[in-house]
Design a protein around this ligand. Structure first.
Ligand SMILES: Cc1cc2nc3c(=O)[nH]c(=O)nc-3n(C[C@H](O)[C@H](O)[C@H](O)COP(=O)(O)O)c2cc1C
Length: 194
């Protein structure tokens, strides 16, 4: 029996990064409450590799490994800083390279950080439609944090932390921790019969 794989993606291209800190906090809480294994992809590291590939055709080497990790995860925590009212270009480029069939029914936690509360609905207006296109199962509770919610790149705001506990419950409900398979969804390898 294998543990479900939870993959966090930080769309920030900066270091240090509040978005990466947010992703790590969410993953820590998921690991605390469920028997899962978690990993993080930071686009600050991965973007130069991924931008070397402009199309999914002939994807190879390190870029292919990153893309396959995203496709194969049982649960995604997809987070981006708001850049110009939307996700970062690096974040979108990653999802331009993936096999869209790999996301059917896959549970996804949507999260973002921004400089202003005015862009707090970026999760609804930008992230949810992107994952809707992929037929992913985006969880109802979304996470948005502004710069003031962090101290020394650690999430400190009590309201955001409480909201994270809610989405962690929603996420764990989607994982069958007994078999290690997502409880509601066919996984990619089943969908395309590979
Ligand atoms: C190029 C750029 C564009 C940005 N655009 C927005 C924006 O449209 N709305 C907003 O609220 N914050 C915006 N910000 C602020 C970042 O979203 C915010 O500082 C975020 O927490 C940075 O995340 P990071 O520390 O993970 O890089 C922008 C920052 C940069 C560098």
């Amino acid at each position: 029996m294998r543990q479900p794989v939870v993959l966090g993606i930080s769309g920030s291209v900066s270091r240090p990064s509040r978005t990466a800190a947010l992703v790590r906090h969410i993953l820590e809480r998921i690991e605390k409450r469920g028997a899962v294994q978690s990993h993080v992809i930071e686009l600050a590291d991965a973007a130069p590799v991924l931008f070397a590939e402009l199309t999914p055709a002939n994807l190879g080497g390190a870029a292919k490994a990153i893309v396959e990790a995203v496709e194969d995860a049982d649960l995604l925590v997809a987070a981006t800083p708001v850049y110009r009212g939307a996700y970062t270009g690096a974040f979108k480029h990653l999802f331009d390279l993936v096999d869209h069939q790999a996301f059917v029914g896959k549970p996804v936690v949507l999260a973002a950080t921004g400089g202003t509360h005015l862009h707090g609905l970026v999760t609804e207006h930008e992230l949810r439609p992107l994952f809707g296109f992929l037929n992913a199962l985006t969880l109802p509770t979304t996470i948005y944090a502004v710069e003031a919610d962090f101290a020394n790149y650690r999430l400190v705001d009590a309201n955001v932390r409480a909201r994270i506990e809610r989405v962690v419950s929603e996420a764990l409900d989607q994982l069958d921790l007994g078999t290690g398979l997502p409880s509601g969804a066919p996984v990619k390898r089943m969908v395309i019969g590979v």
